[in-house]
Ligand binder design. Structure first.
Ligand code: ADP
Length: 414
C-alpha cells in the first residue's frame, strides 16, 4: 500500500511517501519512495524534495497556505519529473497518515479519520493551539484534493503515553482543575518513543512485555520516557512540550514562579514570558549563540567558548537527572536508548551523559560509541555493562505509515 505521510505545522509541511507491506512487516519490507519539506508557507515557500536515492532538489514557490503546499506535494509526487515508478497518478496514493500533535485523553491509539474523529481533534485545540489547527487543515486539504473516499488516519503524538498511571500524569494541583480542564501530563514524541521500543524489541528478539527501557529522544525538542513491560509509565514533557529536558530553544523544567517574576522584572505579559521559555531559552538561551547542538560542539571545541560549554553541560546534566529519576521510578531497567538528531549523531554528548554513571552499571565502549552515527543502530556499552546502552535512529514516519495501513486494512479474524 502506498501511503503519503504528512506532518503539517503552522508554516511547514513535512512528508514522506512510503510503501508498506503489512504481511511482511517483521522483515521490514517497507520501501521509502520520497520525502521532503516545505518551509515558510504563506509566501515564497522554500522546498526540499527528494526521491529516495537521488539528490535533493531545492526550489521556491509561491504557496499561500497548507492546502497549496499539500497540492504541490501531490502533483510533484505524480509528475514525470519525480518519476517515482510506484506513483504514476493520484490513484496510486492509497491512504494518507497524519501526524497529529494532541489527542487529549480521547485518542489512545491511531484511528481512521471520520467526521467524529475530526471534531475530536478540534476539541483538543485548546491543548495544542498552534499545532492541532494545522493538522486539521492538512486533513481537510487532502479531503478536498484526493476526495472524501480516500482513507486518512490520525497518528497522535500523545497516544503512546496514555498508559501513564495517575501518579505520573497528575500534577499536584487542586484535583478539580484536572476534572474541569483535563490539566495533566500528556507527553509528546509518543510515536518516536514507541518506534524506538519496537526496534529494541526486534533487535533483542524479546516480547513486548520484556521491554523495560529508558528512551531518550534528543533532537531540537527533547524528551525522555520510562517504558515498562512495553508501556510508557512516565515521560518528561507535560501538558505541553515545554516541560522536562533542556532543548534547543525550550527551557524544560523551571520553577513556575519564574513566570510572574520575569514578567514583573522585564515588563512582559505571561504569554510573552511563555514565548521566551519556548523560543529563547534552552541551548540558545544559555549559549547566547545558537540552538543547534552541532554548532555548539564546534564552538566549544574550536574556541572553548565558556557559554557554549556551559549550555552543553546543563543539557547533559538534565538528561542524567532524568535517567536517575526513571531508574528509581521503574525499579531498574534493562537498557537506555539514545535517539533524535543529537542522540543519534553526537558521541560526545552521549559520553558526557553517561560519564560518572558507572556506579549504576553504565559502561560505555568508547570505540563503539565514537563509531556510531548517521542512522546506524546498535549497542554502545561494554560487554560487562550491567545496563545496555543503545543508539536507535527514530523513524516516526515509518510508524505512521504502518499504523495507517493497519487502520485501513484491519487484520481479518480467522
Ligand atoms: P527535530 O527534533 O526537529 O526532528 P533532529 O532530531 O533532526 O530535530 O535534531 C536536531 C538536532 O540534532 C540539532 O541540535 C542538531 O545540531 C543535532 N545534530 C545533528 N547532527 C549532529 C551531530 N553530528 N553532532 C551533534 N549534534 C547533531
Amino acid at each position: 500500500m502506498n501511503i503519503l505521510v504528512l506532518n503539517c505545522g503552522s508554516s511547514t509541511v513535512k512528508f514522506q511517501l512510503i510503501t508498506t507491506d503489512l504481511e511482511r512487516i517483521d522483515r521490514n519490507a517497507d520501501k521509502k519512495l520520497a520525502r521532503g519539506v516545505i518551509e515558510r508557507i504563506g509566501g515564497e515557500a522554500v522546498l526540499s524534495l527528494q526521491v529516495e536515492g537521488q539528490t535533493t532538489q531545492r526550489s521556491t514557490a509561491l504557496l499561500h497556505d497548507i492546502r497549496a503546499a499539500v497540492d504541490y506535494i501531490i502533483r510533484w509526487a505524480c509528475s514525470p519529473q519525480a518519476n517515482i515508478s510506484e506513483i504514476r497518478s493520484i490513484t496510486d496514493i492509497q491512504a494518507v497518515g497524519h501526524r497529529v500533535v494532541h489527542g487529549g485523553e480521547r485518542f489512545v491509539s491511531s484511528v481512521l479519520i471520520t467526521d467524529e474523529v475530526l471534531s475530536g481533534i478540534e476539541d483538543c485545540i485548546d491543548l495544542a493551539p498552534l499545532h492541532n489547527p494545522a493538522n486539521i487543515r492538512g486533513i481537510l486539504a487532502v479531503r478536498e484534493l484526493l476526495g472524501a473516499g480516500l482513507p486518512q488516519v490520525a497518528v497522535f503524538d500523545t497516544a503512546f503515553h496514555q498508559t501513564l498511571p495517575e501518579q505520573a500524569y497528575l500534577y499536584a494541583l487542586p484535583y478539580q482543575l484536572y476534572r474541569r480542564h483535563r490539566i495533566r501530563r500528556y507527553g509528546f514524541h509518543g510515536t518516536s518513543h514507541r518506534y524506538i521500543a519496537y526496534r529494541y524489541r526486534q533487535l533483542r528478539n524479546v516480547p513486548r512485555e520484556a521491554v523495560n527501557i529508558i528512551t531518550l529522544h534528543l533532537g531540537n525538542g527533547c524528551s525522555a520516557a520510562a517504558i515498562k513491560r512495553g508501556n510508557s509509565v512516565d515521560t518528561s514533557m507535560g501538558l505541553t512540550p515545554l516541560e522536562g529536558l533542556m532543548m534547543g530553544t525550550r527551557s524544560g523544567d523551571v520553577d513556575p514562579s519564574i513566570i510572574d517574576f520575569i514578567g514583573t522584572k522585564e515588563g512582559l505579559s505571561a504569554r510573552e514570558v511563555e514565548s521566551l521559555l519556548n523560543k529563547q531559552s534552552g541551548l540558545l538561551g544559555i549559549s547566547g549563540l545558537t540552538h543547534d547542538m552541532r554548532d555548539l560542539l564546534d564552538e566549544a571545541q574550536s574556541n572553548k567558548d565558556r557559554r557554549a560549554l556551559l549550555a552543553i553541560q546543563l543539557f547533559c546534566y538534565r538528561v542524567q537527572k532524568y535517567i536517575g529519576a526513571y531508574l528509581a521510578a521503574m525499579n531498574g531497567t534493562d537498557a537506555i536508548i539514545f535517539s533524535g538528531g543529537i542522540g543519534e549523531n553526537s558521541a560526545e554528548v552521549r559520553a558526557q551523559i553517561c560519564a560518572g554513571l558507572e556506579w549504576m552499571g553504565i559502561k560505555i565502549d568508547q570505540e563503539r560509541n565514537t563509531s556510531m552515527s548517521g542512522r546506524q543502530e546498535g549497542v554502545i556499552s561494554t560487554y560487562d555493562s550491567r545496563l545496555a546502552i543503545y543508539v536507535i535512529p527514530t523513524d516516526e514516519e515509518l510508524l505512521i505509515a504502518r499504523d495507517t495501513a493497519r487502520c485501513v486494512q484491519p487484520p481479518t479474524a480467522n
